[in-house]
Design a protein. Structure first.
Length: 426
């Protein structure tokens, strides 16, 4: 049986988990398992590899070798993949080792049975049969968010402190309603922060994308918005999170579509809680382009507070690197150097850097047949092709902050550019 501590097997398993649709990784893992004496494990991996790449000659050859107990098998002609082997018999003998779909087509699905309608107090159902909108209970908290201390302070003042101190809230007349707009470059954790807020509050979380609202039928978009707010009110306390709010609430002066105009009007009415009470409903929005959001949405009582979510600082980048390297075999990695060289990277950029370095080490191990630890040369090679994805966003935002900062709406962004004067793309 294979040694579970084998560095080569550990590296190959990590590769399969990182790219489960790559048949080549599964073939390499299967060959290592056969060499280590684990023919059963190799059969499972090769069955999946053949599902992904039915014409793979190495996979078929290794399958014959694994089924024969690990001894070398004859070469299998590519044009006759089934010649000389009884696949139905193999399937019957290995039914408990490899699932049937690895060898035969999946059976036809059973006839659809109409599902009972969702309860009226925890979901909405589209009249055309769309599934009910999901209500989550995130386990994340702000402690799971690396860095972003300024963002956390604003969230504490806006939502968390009033909720945790009801007597002081009543004394100062602080309402539990309101909206907050998170903006900044893509990949910097705006959605993650929104989920963490819900987890910190112990509140329900409803994530809304543009496809959940906009509809081709007249009046349907407005109805969808109304139903989402009704759902949030029933689930209060609830965080209602609108992603890409600039697409849903774009400036009415920039659109000629009357449907979009009425959708924005409905959005405004729901935020103002016309005919309803939004107490306990915390509306969060995220956007990469706040300058495209209709000004009426940012008036008091709506998205009246904005928080700039910037790329992670040095402390946050260190935490992100530790998180993505915690289960990988590494040695001699200079964390401080990586933190310095990834200045301006988004959280997604840092995660991709770790994936790229792991891919370089893994492919080197596959070619040489010997596993090795990841080191700084792998990260050096990955950094040669890595560029911050935030550059284009900062190029566009700089003009807004310097020349279109009406009423001081982007003072925090202007302060960032002032403190980073001379840096391009960051």
């Amino acid at each position: 049986m294979a040694d579970p501590e084998s560095p080569l097997l550990h590296a190959l398993r990590q590769a399969v988990r990182s790219a489960p649709e790559q048949a080549e990784f599964r073939v390499a893992l299967a060959e290592a398992l056969i060499n280590a004496g684990d023919a059963d494990g190799a059969i499972v991996e090769l069955g999946e590899a053949l599902r992904l790449a039915p014409d793979s000659v190495p996979a078929r050859q290794l399958m014959l070798r694994a089924l024969s107990g690990g001894t070398p098998a004859e070469s299998v002609p590519a044009e006759k993949p089934d010649a000389g082997f009884d696949w139905p018999t193999a399937e019957a003998e290995l039914r408990d080792v490899a699932p049937p779909p690895r060898f035969t087509p999946a059976p036809a699905p059973p006839p659809a049975v109409p599902a009972p309608p969702p309860a009226a107090d925890d979901a909405r159902e589209d009249p055309r049969g769309a599934p009910a909108h999901e209500v989550e209970r995130p386990a994340l908290t702000l402690a799971d968010v690396g860095g972003l201390s300024d963002v956390k302070d604003r969230l504490q003042a806006a939502f968390l402190a009033p909720l945790r101190n009801p007597e002081l809230r009543r004394l100062y007349g602080k309402s539990l309603r309101g909206g907050l707009l998170l903006y900044g470059p893509p990949g910097c954790g705006k959605t993650f922060v929104a989920r963490a807020v819900a987890g910190e509050l112990g509140a329900s979380f409803v994530s809304v994308g543009i496809a959940d609202v906009l509809d081709m039928w007249i009046g349907s978009s407005e109805r969808n918005l109304s139903e989402l707010f009704q759902l949030a009110r029933r689930q209060a306390p609830c965080v209602l999170f609108f992603d890409e709010v600039d697409a849903l609430g774009q400036r009415r002066s920039q659109t000629r579509n009357s449907t979009m105009r009425t959708t924005v009007n409905q959005f405004l009415a729901e935020l103002d809680s016309v005919g309803s009470d939004n107490e306990g409903v915390f509306v969060l929005g995220a956007t990469n382009a706040p300058w495209d959001v209709d000004p009426a949405l940012r008036r008091p009582g709506r998205f009246d507070r904005t928080v700039l979510v910037l790329p992670p600082d040095a402390e946050a980048r260190a935490e992100i690197l530790r998180y993505h390297l915690r289960d990988r075999p590494i040695a001699g990695v200079d964390l401080a150097s990586l933190v310095e060289r990834t200045d301006g990277f988004s959280g997604a950029d840092v995660a991709h850097l770790c994936e790229s370095a792991a891919e370089i080490a893994l492919m080197d191990a596959v070619r040489s047949g010997e596993a090795r630890l990841m080191g700084m040369p792998d990260f050096d090679a990955a950094l040669e092709d890595a560029r911050p994805s935030t550059g284009p966003w900062f190029d566009a935002a700089r003009s807004v902050a310097l020349f279109a900062n009406e009423g001081g709406a982007y003072d925090d962004l202007a302060a960032y550019f002032k403190s980073h004067k001379g840096t391009k793309g960051r």
